[in-house]
Design a protein around this ligand. Structure first.
Ligand code: GMT
Length: 377
């Protein structure tokens, strides 16, 4: 029987899929009996209620007058080392390379080799930041010095090797969802607030960054709506939101589109959709498509990055080349006009989420990586 571990976790606590995955993983590890210490600048937003095996350690940043920029990274590295020593941590598991893997490297220098560092790469830390010459060498160092490195898709693994010339082993750890929360919900009542009976609901959930190509979402919706009366629901906020609101106005679609802003209970919201649109330019995994899949909702989107590893084209959704909005719209229309296909795809979604992306399977993969780096196989 494996012994319980003391695990430090650092992630971006307030935004993004990487923070969600890190927090959910911490909760599941705590449920299994491990002691989990979150080390960050604020409480992870998905942490939820008290758990006897979960502790949170806040990083306080010194703002001395000589600092033009308060050095969060240095304070984080020091806090990681302090917590590791005080709590006798076995593992420091950092999500997102910048600055977390670099800080973990520094913490390990302060603590000693007994502390093992596991780095999970999530996407933009490689696909965007590792292309930046001011960060590239530092990210390569942090990856090479980690005791284990994991990637959320094969595509991200490939890109990490290519961009950073990395030759070391990288483990594949797909993202997962907690099925206690992500399952089909009965949303008949709340759906009525947004769509008439007989109308279809298309949904897009993101941080509205250019990489999400939210303009494509509007184009796909407009083509679908010409043939099948539909509504478009947007969830989330971000820099491209004003541009999208303007585009919708220009296209005269205002009465067919709803903006729901940021939402906590994504499983409830997503269950109102008939299809999730994810036409991203880049997406190392696409956690939201898995959240949808676990609720029985198919994704229509692009073939970018790791999306094809998650969405089985023709089975749990439909993928087209990036920017091919006509083809994406046609896929939605076929789904909406063929109830048998829609029902088959829904069942396949539930089945695929359970078989390949279950929280139990992925948590066990992470645990085996921890035991391996500790030499406790
Ligand atoms: O989607 C984002 O831009 C946020 C970003 C993050 O750092 O949380 O998401 C990345 O990590 C997610 C969790 O592993 C992945 O599901 C997303 O695909 C990935 N985003 C990109 O690659 C653009």
């Amino acid at each position: 029987m494996d012994s319980f571990l003391k695990i430090g976790i650092t992630c971006y606590p307030t935004l993004g899929g990487s923070g969600v995955v890190a927090t959910e993983l911490g909760k599941l590890l705590a449920d299994k009996g491990h002691e989990v210490h979150f080390i960050s600048h604020s409480v992870p937003f998905r942490l939820g209620s008290f758990h006897k095996n979960i502790m949170y350690h806040e990083v306080e940043v010194s703002d001395y007058y000589v600092f033009r920029y308060p050095p969060y990274d240095l304070s984080l590295a020091t806090k990681m080392a302090q917590v590791a020593k005080a709590q006798n941590l076995d593992i420091l598991h950092v999500h997102y390379a910048v600055p977390h893997a670099v800080c973990a490297f520094l913490a390990k220098q302060m603590v000693g080799d007994k502390l093992k560092v596991v780095t999970t790469l999530h996407g933009t830390d490689i696909t965007v930041l590792a292309q930046d010459e001011s960060l590239k060498d530092l990210i390569r160092l942090a990856i090479n010095e980690s005791d284990a490195v994991t990637s959320v898709s094969r595509d991200l693994m490939r890109e990490t090797r290519e961009v950073l010339d990395i030759v070391r082993d990288i483990d594949l750890t797909y993202n997962f969802v907690d099925e206690r929360q992500y399952h089909p919900r009965d949303v008949c009542e709340c759906r009525k607030d947004f769509a008439e009976p007989g109308e279809k609901v298309l949904m897009h959930i993101s941080n509205f960054r250019p990489v999400k190509r939210v303009g494509d979402v509007v184009d796909v919706f407009s083509m679908v709506n010409e043939q099948v009366p539909s509504k478009l629901l947007f969830v989330g906020e971000g820099p491209d939101l004003p541009k999208i609101q303007w585009k919708i106005k220009e296209m005269g679609l205002e009465d067919r589109v709803h903006f729901l802003g940021k939402q906590d209970d994504i499983a409830q919201v997503i269950s109102m959709a008939d299809v999730l649109l994810l036409p991203s330019e880049k997406e190392s995994f696409g956690l939201v498509a898995l959240e949808a899949m676990a609720c029985g909702i198919p994704t229509v989107g692009s073939e970018a990055g790791g999306i094809p590893e998650l969405v089985a084209h023709g089975e749990t959704g439909f993928l087209a080349p990036i920017g091919d909005t006509r083809r994406m719209a046609d896929y939605c229309i076929s789904l909406f006009n063929d109830p048998e296909l829609a029902s088959r795809v829904r069942k396949a979604c539930l089945n695929r989420a359970k078989c390949y992306f279950s929280s139990d399977t992925i948590t066990s993969v992470y645990e085996s990586i921890y035991y391996r780096v500790l030499g406790r196989k």
